[in-house]
Design a protein around this ligand. Structure first.
Ligand code: F6R
Length: 249
């Protein structure tokens, strides 16, 4: 595991974008696993900026997102498809047909989960997976539970996650109660993982995830078993890690 602690959110975003950009330069047909949420927005802005300048080419890149709300249409402003289009895909030269998210509108959710896992296999798995970290240690929407869920699955969101996500909805009752998420298998099989974390409110859970017991009660803790994880945390999020893990300058 490699740990970068950056001075602030902007620096963190630049570092994450640098690593993604290096990956695409080395392997132009990279399969990127992507996340939504507040954390990656700064990195997406940087990637879009470099693409528009002509320094980075997404024309052969494929993306698979971690998750999507159930039963929210793609054109709903809070759907993750809408988020990805607005924050990244519509700003870069990626082919829309090469951007994949679970179809939260699918009638047969179990079949859609199987289709998503097969799709990830068909495109040869994920080269670089970007993850954010939930306050309860979730990655994607893999919520704390008694076991790790291996495959893409439907998850009932915890009250804490619904509350955290309600900031983006007009009313908390509008937040969907279910989502589809990639399982731990696809995440752990990604050839490289970046965990991006920002803010003092994530410091304790980040420390638990990286230095505590490996348990499905803190889903991100499974990353301790991954052979190639790069953690990029800003000073506030990384403040409790300094005595535990060596940092890269
Ligand atoms: C979203 C996702 C979630 C978020 C996490 C942190 O696709 O995978 O696990 O990464 O909830 O969200 P933010 O970045 O908003 O704090």
């Amino acid at each position: 595991m490699k740990l970068f602690i950056t001075s602030d959110y902007l620096e963190m975003s630049r570092k994450v974008a640098n690593i993604i950009s290096a990956q695409i330069i080395i392997k132009p047909d990279t399969v990127l696993g992507l996340a939504t949420g507040t954390t990656p927005i700064g990195a997406y802005n940087k990637l879009a900026e470099w693409n528009q300048k002509g320094d980075l080419d997404f024309s052969l890149v494929k993306t698979v997102n971690l998750d999507e709300y159930c039963d929210l249409p793609a054109d709903h402003p809070q759907s993750y498809r809408y988020f990805m289009n607005r924050q990244l895909f519509h700003k870069i030269d990626i082919l829309p047909a090469n951007t994949f998210l679970p179809d939260g509108m699918a009638k047969d959710k179990a079949a859609e989960c199987r289709r998503y896992d097969s799709l990830i296999e068909q495109i040869s798995g994920i080269d670089l997976q970007l993850l954010g970290l939930g306050h309860n240690g979730h990655v994607g929407f893999n919520e704390p539970d008694e076991t790790f869920h291996k495959n893409t699955h439907v998850v009932k969101l915890t009250e804490a996650t619904i509350l955290a996500n309600s900031r983006l909805f007009a009313n908390i009752v509008d937040v969907p109660k279910f989502a589809m998420t990639m399982g731990i298998n696809s995440i752990m099989r990604a050839r490289k993982v970046i965990l991006a974390v920002s803010g003092a409110d994530k410091a304790e859970i980040l420390k638990q995830a990286l230095t505590g017991s490996i348990t499905p009660l803190v889903p991100a803790s499974i990353l301790q078993f991954h052979p190639d994880v790069i953690v990029v945390a800003d000073e506030a999020a990384g403040s409790l890690l300094k005595d535990f893990l060596p940092q890269i300058k």
